[in-house]
Design a protein around this ligand. Structure first.
Ligand SMILES: Cc1cc2nc3c(=O)[nH]c(=O)nc-3n(C[C@H](O)[C@H](O)[C@H](O)COP(=O)(O)OP(=O)(O)OC[C@H]3O[C@@H](n4cnc5c(N)ncnc54)[C@H](O)[C@@H]3O)c2cc1C
Length: 474
């Protein structure tokens, strides 16, 4: 029995490959809406998953496999289902591994119950546990991890399974009766599942088959050469936009590395190119995933660095709400939060700015920011989200030190110099001259305009308060 989880793809899917080699014809997806709710999954991410399940089911049919989608509630529901349909019937189960603690506990429990569960690694390029220092420990700093990761890939290569889904129209038997019936079943199952879920339209993000056909090659052959120059400018579409697909396993990171190595064969040895700057981000992704695998406490919202456990975050609810709603009076922060709230995605530079602002200017616990991000992000991924928040708050592994507090005005001047991004998301500031746009309060007062929120804190005072807060409590 092939069990799809966070690996909604046909291409480079080791569990699927194994199942095909055994001649399996049945696959299952056991949806867990209650778990999704507990983990604050964003409605837009739920919609994105459902759309990809539909695509996956069509692609699997072309391989002769039918996918059954069942709502089982939560992880216990998955265990109960597999007890009935796999353990009692002596059927082996094949899946790709998941790194989060509840998921790992569930898999362990199933094995203890006698389930013959085989797990394969599909979420990273280098398998978890393979990039370690001389004492066999996980690296606690990114740069040595990266060097060791690169060495590992150069020396050992990485596994990759080419199984590109066939073109829908040229597929074998795609119009046969049994396939049409199965497609119809899947549509009904998804419709039934959708009824119990809160979703938000994700159609702005095309399905992975269209991204593979129209976007990935173009980005890796062309746009990547400007990545270094554009990646920090939120008004430019200078980054790949692959994160939502990686987050639900619709896109394989190993496939991306194969494509990038085809175009830039020296990429693993020449680390100063624009292309490498992009690969470096994929290695950050690997770093955080390996970290979560080694340190399950990160899944329980614990600080990586225990010395910060005693921080008495004031967590002022009005400040939290102002931040969430984009009403802090700092245009770059507010525009970023409105990008998140309206599109379900936020540019990386802005994620760093708003996370720093929440934790250091407003003294709000990073866990509340992490939770709000999960509730909104289409690309939410526990490892990267936790890593990003703990980096920003200074509590994490290889984090930004607590005394580095981003200045939201100079960050805005540097990364949105013409104000294009701010004007897009804060139309109320459209007419403010660029010289005043990054902190428009004095200008607005002179013009007798009340179209914007007063600044929630004074940057200089907030910075000093943050330094004092961290110093006295750690
Ligand atoms: C506070 C905070 C929270 C974040 N939460 C998430 C999250 O929930 N999910 C998520 O995928 N990323 C998260 N990131 C990392 C990063 O912001 C996004 O991966 C990136 O913005 C996605 O856009 P892109 O696909 O265009 O990235 P590109 O710049 O094109 O990068 C390519 C890929 O590399 C990976 N990547 C890039 N930057 C990082 C990073 N700093 N850490 C880990 N992986 C990275 C992503 O998978 C990304 O798709 C967070 C960062 C911060 C500071």
């Amino acid at each position: 029995m092939l069990w799809f989880r966070n690996d909604l793809r046909v291409h480079d899917n080791p569990a699927l490959d194994h199942a095909l080699a055994q001649g399996d014809k049945q696959a299952i997806y056991l949806a867990t809406p209650e778990q999704w709710q507990k983990h604050n999954q964003a409605p837009i991410k739920t919609d994105f998953i459902l759309r990809h399940l539909q695509l996956l089911s069509e692609q699997l049919l072309q391989l002769g496999i039918s996918l059954t989608i069942i709502d089982v509630g939560d992880f216990q529901g998955q265990i109960d289902y597999l007890r009935e349909h796999a353990i009692k019937q002596n059927k082996a189960v094949i899946a790709n591994s998941e790194i989060e603690i509840n998921e790992r506990d569930r898999d362990k429990k199933l094995q203890q119950l006698g389930c013959d569960l085989s797990l394969f690694c599909a979420d990273v390029i280098v398998p978890h546990g393979k990039v370690v220092n001389l004492s066999s420990d996980m690296y606690k700093v990114f740069t040595p991890f990266k060097k060791s990761w690169l060495r590992y890939v150069r020396d050992n290569g990485f596994s990759y399974i080419y199984r590109y889904p066939k073109n829908k129209n040229s597929s074998l038997n795609s119009s046969s009766n049994s396939n049409s019936k199965q497609e119809h079943n899947c549509v009904l199952q998804l419709a039934a599942l959708r009824k119990n879920l809160t979703t938000k339209d994700s159609s702005h993000w095309p399905l992975i088959d269209s991204v593979e056909a129209n976007v990935i090659g173009n980005f890796l052959s062309d746009k990547i050469s400007d990545y270094n120059q554009h990646r920090d400018i939120p008004s430019i579409k200078g980054t790949s936009g692959f994160s939502p697909y990686l987050a639900i396993g619709a896109l394989s990171p190993r496939y991306l590395l194969v494509l990038i190595m085809q175009r830039y064969p020296d990429i693993l040895i020449s680390n100063d190119s624009d292309e490498f700057t992009w690969l470096n981000e994929l290695i950050w992704r690997e770093f955080y995933r390996h970290l979560l695998w080694h340190f399950p406490k990160l899944c329980k919202s614990e600080n990586f660095r225990e010395k910060y456990n005693a921080l008495p975050w004031p967590n002022n609810p009005k400040r939290l709400q102002a931040w969430q709603q984009g009403k802090t009076g700092y245009p770059i922060v507010d525009a970023a939060m409105r990008q998140l709230n309206t599109t379900g995605w936020m540019h990386n530079r802005l994620r760093m700015i708003v996370a720093s602002f929440l934790t250091k200017h407003l003294l709000i616990d990073w866990r509340l920011g992490e939770k709000y991000f999960s509730e909104q992000l289409i690309d939410c991924d526990l490892a990267a989200n936790n890593g990003g928040w703990q980096w920003s708050a200074g509590t994490g592994c290889d984090a930004q030190p607590y005394f580095r507090v981003f200045n939201p005005i100079s960050q805005s001047q540097k990364f949105d110099p013409n104000g294009d991004f701010i004007r897009k998301y804060l139309p109320e500031l459209k007419e403010v001259p660029i010289k005043h746009l990054h902190f428009p309060h004095q200008y607005l007062a002179q013009q007798n305009l009340t179209c914007y929120w007063p600044a929630i804190v004074d940057h200089k005072l907030a910075r000093l308060a943050a330094l004092e807060f961290y110093k006295t409590n750690s």
